[in-house]
Every structure is written in C-alpha cells, then in structure tokens.
Design a protein around this ligand. Structure first.
Ligand code: URA
Length: 423
C-alpha cells in the first residue's frame, strides 16, 4: 500500500477503506509511515472528517496495535469513568473508591495534566509515597485489595495512540472529533472494562466549547463503546465555571477527602453521586448500597484508604503546601455572576499546578481556593479567592490570567445546568 494514496484520498474528502486504515495505523506504529506523513493525514482527517465506519475501523486498528487487558478472573463486574477534562475536575478521586464500596471493581487508567486542565495522576502523586506506575499483576492485586485502582497506562496499551496523540499535540490536530473519540475509546476498550460512563465537559474550561460539539463527541464515543461490547453512556456536564472550590493538585486531594468524609462542595458531591449511580447501573449492579449512603457511612472512605495504601501512599500524611499565598478581593458588593473556568485554569497553571511540556514537573501545593462560586453573594473587599504558589513571582501572571474572568453584578447570569444531558 502507498501512504501518499491514503493521504490524497482523505485530502480529497474520500472515504478510507478498512484495509487502508489497518495498514496505515500498523505501518505508523512500526515506523514505516513517517511522522510528517501521519501528521498530513491527521490534518486531512481534521479538515474533512471520517464517517462512523471509518472511526470504528481507526479505533479497532489502534486497539490491535497493543495489548488488551482482561479482568475476567474477577468475581464482580467492572466499571470505569472517563472525563474529557476540566478545571477542578477531581471527580475520579472520590468516585473510584465510592463505586468500589458499592460493589463494582473500578480499573481506571488515567493521565497527567497538560495545559490548563489538571491530570488525575498529578493530583494523586501529591500524596507522599503514592505510585502511578503499576504492572498488570500489581493492578489486579490493588483491585482485589481495594476494589479500585487508578494508575498510568502501561506502554503496551494502544501504542499507536500514544505515538499519534504526541504528534497531534505538536501539529495542531488535537481538535478533531473522529481523532479524539478514537483516541479515548481505543484506550478505554483496550483497558478491558465491561462498562463505561463518559463525562463530556462543555464550556470555556473544556475541549468542547459548545453543547452541539460535546453532543457529537459523546454520541460518537457511545457508539464506539457499544459496538465494541462495552456498555457505554455519556453525560454532558458543565465546565463554564470550575468544579468545586479547589483547583490544583494537593488542594484537590484535600477537597476529595472532604467529599469522602461526607462533606465537600455540593456540585462535586452531586456529580460524584450521579456518575456513581450511572456506573453501577451500566455495570448491572444498581439496587444495592446507594452511593450517597456510602459517602455518609464511611465505606467509601475505607475503600479510598485501602486504595491509596495499596499503591504505596500514606493516606494520613500531611499534603504538600505552597510556600506563598495572596488573595483576590471582590471588586464590589453584589452577586458573583461569572467565574470563567478557563481563566481560573490558566491562572492555576501559571501558579505552577500544571506543566507546559510533558517532561516538566508540577508544583503539588500550587493552585487556587475559591471562596465564592457563581450565584453567591459577595461583599466589596472580601476575599474572592486565594492563590497558592511556591514562588511569589508567579502571582503577577496568574492575576493577569484572571483579569476579566469574573464579574460581580446585580443578578445571576444564566449558567449551564451541572448535568446538561445524558446520551
Ligand atoms: N484525550 C485523549 O486521550 N485523546 C485525545 O485525543 C484528546 C483527549
């Protein structure tokens, strides 16, 4: 087969055959198709799209590029959740042990943050001793011990996606629904979960800025999962403002532990419980202990402590704190009408909570604590948020990112509902 023919076919808005897709993914993984050729094909796909059959073939070819995990030795159903990412989205931390406490096994492969959105592994690594890299046998042992495991994907899982995602990141080809859907779903299907709940974020702090684009992505991913035999549902959820009151690695762990202790901000609790119920239903074990109950009776907290300890972490160790803080005061009295998720995410990133390049370290203590959320009354001069950083020189650029990102006014603006739709 000739790679130029495949590129030209898509450049001219043609449909790629199953044979062409299988060949190009395999040849790219083996290094026979060069990065510049794949980057040209990715751009043609971004501009001209792919139909459902092409996306399904592309996904299956990426799954076949590596290993497929198998949890059939476990005696209970498996359930997983994937979020497309947002600001303050720490939901996996309370959710995985919560669903385990309600009877499912949760094998969750997670990622690190890049840009203004945080990554689950960076958050958990702020817990002293906690390890993100586990072998498949270690994953199984943690699952048996705690019911849930959250760790990094090994190099054997969908290696074609690993290579292609890194290439898309530097060639302006991330924002393509066929490429995003196939990238996420190839990893989730290869991970071997029996059921999957997708949390597709919508708004300024998300990949998908509009409900229409988010719906298209969600429908594409649900179809890919269902066709592959994974019971898959998706929720479209709000990311026009940050989730919860903490943004930043250790700060978000602290907030997650509050939720597991039966407290925490109402939006984080509501979304965690809703996603847990969806996961249990998708796994076919709804009707047992309700997730809201498991947050109150301590069983979700017990599962969290077992999960952290089984991965080398000390659930009682003090979390890292940033050396410096500064506050942002409310400019007037009234109602906080807007708090833009992207502005807060960018500010937290500039404080050191995120990384600019994959190999950069993150500051575990850096981030933002919000003292008011949209709809809350505020008084002029009172703190609206506290910024945390290790180096005080970071505050200037973080404050600049927040300029225009919040408004105090007379009445509340329309916000997206927390859960916009279910697909
Ligand atoms: N996350 C992924 O894993 N892949 C994408 O393409 C985008 C987000």
């Amino acid at each position: 087969m000739d790679v130029i023919e495949v590129i030209v076919a898509k450049r001219d808005s043609g449909e790629l055959s199953t044979g062409q897709i299988d060949w190009v993914i395999d040849a790219y993984t083996r290094g026979v198709v060069a990065d510049e050729q794949m980057s040209s094909l990715a751009m043609a796909i971004l501009l001209n799209g792919m139909n459902r059959r092409e996306i399904a073939d592309w996904t299956q070819a990426m799954i076949r590029s590596g290993e497929r995990m198998d949890w059939s030795a476990l005696d209970r159903p498996t359930a997983d959740k994937h979020s497309t990412g947002g600001v303050g989205d720490k939901i996996t931390l309370p959710l995985a042990p919560l669903v385990a406490a309600c009877g499912a096994y949760v094998p969750q492969l997670s990622g690190r943050g890049l840009g203004h959105t945080g990554g689950t592994l960076d958050k958990l690594e702020s817990i002293p001793g906690w390890r993100a890299s586990l072998s498949n046998d270690e994953m199984l042992a943690v699952l048996r011990e705690a019911g849930a495991v959250v760790c990094a994907a090994g190099s054997g899982l969908a290696p074609a996606d690993k290579k292609l995602y890194a290439l898309r990141d530097v060639t302006g080809t991330v924002e393509s629904i066929p490429l995003i859907a196939s990238s996420i779903m190839s990893k989730k299907i290869a991970e071997g979960t029996g059921s999957l709940v997708l949390d597709v974020k919508v708004g300024s702090g998300a990949f998908m800025k509009t409900v229409e684009r988010a719906r298209e992505l969600a429908e594409t991913m649900v179809a890919l999962g269902t066709d592959a035999g994974v019971r898959t549902v998706a929720l479209l959820t709000a990311m026009d403002r940050p989730l919860g009151r903490a943004v930043g690695n250790a700060l978000e762990v602290e907030e997650s532990v509050e939720v597991l202790a039966g407290g925490g901000p109402s939006d984080v609790v509501e979304l965690t419980v809703r996603l847990a119920r969806e996961m249990l239903e998708a796994a076919g074990i709804a009707g047992g202990k309700d997730p809201a109950e498991a947050l109150k009776d301590g069983s979700a907290m017990d599962a969290w402590r077992r999960m952290i300890a089984a991965q080398g972490g000390d659930p009682d160790a003090p979390l890292p704190r940033a050396a410096e803080t500064t506050t942002v005061a409310a400019p007037a009295s009234g109602v906080l009408t807007r708090l833009d998720a992207y502005a807060v995410g960018l500010a937290a990133w500039r404080l050191g909570a995120g990384r600019a390049r994959k190999e950069d370290p993150v500051s575990f203590g850096a981030g933002i604590v919000l003292h008011a959320k949209p709809g809350d009354e505020v008084r002029a001069g009172e703190p609206l948020m506290t910024l945390h950083a290790d180096e005080p020189e970071r505050f200037g650029r973080a404050l600049a990112a927040l300029e225009g990102g919040y408004e105090v006014g007379a009445a509340g603006q329309d916000l997206l509902p927390l859960v916009i739709d279910r697909i």
